[in-house]
Design a protein around this ligand. Structure first.
Ligand SMILES: [Zn+2]
Length: 70
């Protein structure tokens, strides 16, 4: 068995059911403001792949937009 430790800092996206390589790390608090479901909630820094980062940005933008409307 080969140790998986020497994968070149390849973090995997923390969103449930997603195994894409992570592109960004986000503060957990900010993730909890969105609908994104995580594999584990014990991380303070959450890694997101490109697609989920885009989803994250979309959702945080939406909530800010609602603040403006009301
Ligand atoms: Zn992902």
């Amino acid at each position: 068995m080969v140790s998986a430790e020497n994968t070149d800092n390849a973090e995997v996206c923390h969103v449930k059911g997603c195994n894409a390589p992570a592109e960004r790390s986000i503060n957990y608090k900010k993730i909890s403001e969105t609908d994104l479901q995580l594999k584990s909630d014990s991380n303070r820094q959450v890694h997101l792949c490109k697609d989920h980062y885009r989803e994250f940005k979309k959702q945080t933008k939406t909530s800010r937009g609602l603040d403006r409307i009301y």
